[in-house]
Design a protein around this ligand. Structure first.
Ligand SMILES: NC(=O)c1ccc[n+]([C@@H]2O[C@H](COP(=O)([O-])OP(=O)(O)OC[C@H]3O[C@@H](n4cnc5c(N)ncnc54)[C@H](OP(=O)(O)O)[C@@H]3O)[C@@H](O)[C@H]2O)c1
Ligand SMILES: [Zn+2]
Length: 375
């Protein structure tokens, strides 16, 4: 179930509105920020907007810079990213700029919407997703069928709200513009509803003329099952920790994080930490917790490399330590190669005992990076 990396991009007024209620589009960004957005567009495989934004703004959604288009072509990409829109109704204007500018277009819709869109002569690859439109199926289709690895979402609020609330956003790029809209009927960026997780992680702030760009990473959800975006977030952290291991010619560099079901980080560890030449990442992280901690039973262990199934340096391999701790879920990036032990099937040991093991292969290269000299 791999999905593209989902980057939400929006500009808002100081009072949190996306637009005003006049028919003309409200310009919130500054010229330099529009150029930054152009650069982000040039860096992605696809750009998505909701049907509401096509109706309200009639945007073209292009990469405007000829140099950026040329650079895409030189890299073997089409000059323009794929343009994607979503509509439940299929009630779209066939003359809108969206369909007649740039490169390939895809419309994700319902079965009924597809009929309507075809009848209206919409010039796009029309993809019906069944009686209702589900974001996970849409992202899966974009990834598997259309090869989209990075998706930029440019609104509107309805689309942004759903992706954030469903835990499917990997990054939020929010521009704050120094003006007020002051009209309660104007569209807001984020609507009401249940947002998972607590505070977002602030990755960057940047002043661009008179606007400020904020880059956030949504963090783990506050309740309920860990979402795809949360899994990615924690596994990325485990891969980051792997980079911090003291180098070794005889053992892997691995990072691990233990996260409670409510998204709280319980402990982290990495190989050979704190001067212990043989300690493994999962072992180091587990050692920081009280074995009787009840949160372990519903926690997830994120490890850049699958937990080991056999080892000579300690009596119990990490897979055994995880089972003994009562953990029922493991997410990892990389299956252990036969470098040091043969049939290093930690996943087999864990799944045989009923543990759910998820491998997110998209992080494999990052997990391998500090181990290049070994494999
Ligand atoms: N400041 C900014 O950065 C920015 C960026 C973009 C847009 N905007 C503003 O945002 C406003 C438009 O926002 P919006 O929230 O009205 O529209 P939107 O998010 O662009 O589109 C909403 C539409 O998308 C379709 N849709 C979304 N989720 C769906 C689902 N789960 N199932 C089926 N269909 C789904 C529906 O289309 P159907 O109605 O066809 O079924 C829905 O009406 C405009 O005023 C625009 O100017 C501002
Ligand atoms: Zn181990």
């Amino acid at each position: 179930m791999p999905y593209p990396y989902v980057l939400l991009s929006a500009a808002v007024s100081l009072d949190g509105f996306l637009d005003d209620t006049t028919p003309e589009r409200l310009l919130l960004s500054s010229p330099a920020d529009f150029d930054r957005v152009d650069e982000v567009r040039a860096s992605v495989d696809a750009i998505l907007i909701g049907a509401g934004t096509i109706r309200a703004d009639n945007p073209r959604l292009l990469v405007n810079s000829p140099e950026r288009r040329a650079a895409r072509v030189a890299a073997g990409l089409p000059p323009y990213p794929l343009k994607v829109t979503v509509s439940g109704s299929g009630e779209l204007d066939a003359r809108a700029n969206f369909w007649h500018t740039g490169g390939a277009k895809a419309l994700y819709t319902t079965d009924k919407g597809a009929e309507r869109a075809r009848a209206l002569g919409i010039a796009a690859d029309v993809v019906p997703l069944g009686p209702e439109l589900g974001w996970r199926r849409l992202l899966e289709h974009l990834h598997d069928e259309l090869g989209v690895r990075r998706l930029m979402v440019e609104g509107g609020g309805t689309v942004h709200t759903q992706l954030l609330q469903q835990g499917l956003a990997d990054e939020l790029q929010l521009v704050l513009a120094p003006l007020f809209v002051g009209d309660p009927d104007a569209p807001r960026l984020f609507g009401p509803g249940g947002y998972q997780g607590g505070r977002l992680r602030l990755m960057e702030t940047r002043r661009i003329e008179d606007v400020v760009l904020h880059r956030y990473q949504p963090t783990a959800p506050g309740a309920g099952p860990l979402t795809v975006a949360a899994d990615r977030h924690w596994l990325a952290l485990a891969c980051e920790l792997a980079e911090r291991c003291p180098p070794s010619a005889t053992a892997f560099s691995v990072g691990a994080v233990i996260v409670a079901a409510d998204g709280t980080e319980l402990a982290r560890g990495h190989s050979r930490e704190a001067g212990d030449q043989v300690v493994h990442a999962e072992e180091a992280a587990l050692a920081k917790l009280d074995p009787a901690d009840p949160r372990l039973r519903t926690a997830t262990v994120y490890s850049s490399l699958e937990p080991c199934a056999r080892r000579s340096s300690r009596p119990a391999p990490c897979a055994r330590l995880i089972l003994d701790a009562g953990v029922r879920r493991v997410v990892t990036a990389w299956r252990e190669p036969d470098t040091f032990v043969t049939e290093a099937d930690g996943t087999g040991l864990l799944t045989a005992a009923g543990v759910d093991v998820l491998v997110l292969a998209e992080y494999e290269e990052r997990a391998k990076a500090p181990n290049r000299h070994l494999t």
